[in-house]
Ligand binder design. Structure first.
Ligand code: ATP
Ligand code: MG
Length: 282
């Protein structure tokens, strides 16, 4: 089987928009579809690490690899689930801005660190969970990536936040990484269909067109409970609305980002609407 590894950064400088939840559940849903996935947790909060059921361990993160102290193979950890691996985060990464800010290769450092894994071709997807800031970690993650996926909430000022990150993407594209693509935008924690939600979604879709994923992720209590169990909601409660939407999103993502050169991705047809019971009038 021939495959090409895709590196996707999940990023938004705004905090709490569902980046980590999207990383964990997209990765889980892809792995369940037999895609080999490596999650790289680049946020010192280590929520992706914990959400995938791993503990933080000193020295097990990308940090010593960036320092040239360990080969990357030494920090890749398997999870409880097949095809799903993670490079955990640890508190040391919090010092990255200071420790690496003056390095000449700071923009390329994550790209260089990931290069051996990427070239080995053992993974379909390498998914980077970025911290919520436009600092050196996020910037060098974008330099390392083929595409950026932006989770956003349909709220007031959503377009302003998008303008900020898309201009960073543009700057990086024009300088260090011409092949960086806006992979897409996904709406997370979608509440009821309020007018504000619909207006914001309409505005973003008008502006970004097909870059906006059709699938949206609803606000769902099972999604918020899953991290404390160290299990992605797509495994914890696969029938919940949150899990179903992340699985549908993973199909859409795979169809847009094929890595198996020989096997096209054909998403399953959505379930047929329930046939209404025949009434005397129908
Ligand atoms: N669809 C959802 N339904 C309900 N709660 C959600 C959903 N998505 C995320 N959450 C919750 O919202 C909070 C923020 O989500 P998450 O940690 O994924 O955001 P983030 O963008 O990674 O945050 P940070 O910027 O701090 O890294 C978490 O408590 C998470 O459990
Ligand atoms: Mg996060």
């Amino acid at each position: 089987m021939e495959r090409r590894t895709k590196v996707i950064a999940i990023a938004n400088q705004k905090g709490g928009v569902g980046k980590t939840t999207t990383v964990v559940n997209l990765a889980a849903a892809l792995s369940a579809r037999k895609r080999a996935v490596l999650v790289v947790d680049l946020d010192p909060q280590a929520h992706a690490t914990l959400g995938l059921g791993l503990e933080k361990q000193p020295g097990v993160s990308l940090y010593p690899v960036l320092l040239g102290e360990k080969p990357i193979e030494d920090v890749i950890q398997p999870t409880k689930w097949n095809n799903l691996n993670v490079i955990p985060s640890e508190v040391d990464l919090a010092g990255a801005e200071l420790d690496f800010g003056a390095r000449e290769d700071r923009l390329e450092m994550i790209r260089n660190a990931l290069a051996p894994v990427r070239e080995a071709g053992a993974f379909d997807y390498i998914i980077l969970d970025c911290p919520p800031s436009l600092g050196i970690v996020m910037t060098s993650s974008l330099v390392a990536s083929d595409g950026v996926l932006i989770p956003i909430q349909a709220e007031f000022l959503a377009m302003d936040g998008l303008a900020l990150i898309t201009s960073s993407i543009e700057r990086i594209r024009q300088s260090v990484n011409p092949s960086l693509d806006l992979n897409g935008i996904v709406f997370t924690m979608v509440n009821s269909q309020t007018k504000l939600t619909q207006d914001v979604m309409g505005e973003v879709r008008n502006h970004f067109g097909e870059k906006v994923y059709e699938t949206t992720i609803p606000r769902n209590v099972r999604v918020s409970e899953a991290p404390s169990m160290g299990t992605p909601v797509v495994f914890l409660d696969p029938r919940s609305k949150g899990a179903e939407s992340y699985k549908a999103f993973a199909w859409e993502f795979m169809a847009k980002n094929p890595t198996r050169i020989d096997t096209p991705v054909i998403p399953p047809a959505p379930p047929a609407p329930a046939t209404p019971a025949t009434t005397p009038n129908s």
